[in-house]
Design a binder for this molecule. Sequence first.
Ligand SMILES: *Cc1c(COP(=O)(O)O)cnc(C)c1O
Length: 340
Amino acid sequence: MHDFYSDTKTKPTLAMRRVALDCEVGDEQSDEDPSTNELCTRVARLLGKEAAVFLPSGSMCNEIAINVHTRPGDEVICEQSCHIYNFEGGGPASLSGVMIKAIAGDAGRFTADQTRESIRPPSRYSARSALLCVEQTANMAGGAIWPLDQLDAVAKVARDAGLATHMDGARLMNAVVKAGIPADRYARHYDSVWIDFSKGLGAPIGAVLAGSEAFIHEAWRLKQAWGGAMRQSGIVTAMCLHALDHHIERLALDHALATQLGAEIVALPFVKQVLPVDTNIIIFDLADDGPDAAAVTRHLRAGGVLVSDFGARRLRVVTHLDVDEAAGEALIGSLSRIAG
Ligand SMILES: *Cc1c(COP(=O)(O)O)cnc(C)c1O
């Protein structure tokens, strides 16, 4: 099977598995796991923050950050297609008691003016606008990259109004590699930021959340309270360190393959449009008079290719460590047979 369903489908490479065998381990709750300590130090430096904490998932990074930055009854501002609003099981409401104000943005991004309009003036009647969240890259918009000046501008509006700022950087490193802008520069005006190791970086588990010493102190308290604290997590974080060393620059290969596939997909007669392909995600819509997403997905699966569908006529293809040019040819070959 050629699996374009998501970059979460990457399996640890043999080299990655070997480092897990060889690593020294200790109890991370007592700060005794060498790999976990090193990973947190390195990611904090990479993201330009004082400290970092290793967590089981990116969703936990988002939910812990929201909880640290807010009080129950507060409002969190984000874009309507973002992961926090759509794919975290209502966590902001159930775990933190906050309301979400979802901005209708453009390709997962929004403007400084939209941010300004979304912030409630202080009033005894309304919720307190407490936190601004952005997603770099914007997954549901096809891995769209926020331009740096736009990230800076929305953060400035939020901070000037007294809000905290948070960046969901699940695929931040894709933006870094594509745009050539360092991760710490993208994250400069964000109080908290995290990267996922279980997406394109190819590790089996894990994400690292970074921020100030005080922020991470509180994040650690929640990691413990919500049952996310582990013991010999070096078994996993050694693999994340391997990903930092070996799987970042190669994201450029994923981007090149995605660009090429996007160009081939848009030429198919039954495809209405392909969203701009900024990084490793291709989202495309099917023409109204052709096969629907379920039919295309079924056809591809029969031909050994997996993709995901979002609604009746929208499909997503994601490139990553475990799909190469030959897999791309299998995908396009199978799609072309629909056309023929
Ligand atoms: C995958 C993803 C998450 C959640 O990460 P998990 O590690 O799967 O919990 C959050 N935000 C974005 C943009 C993602 O793509």
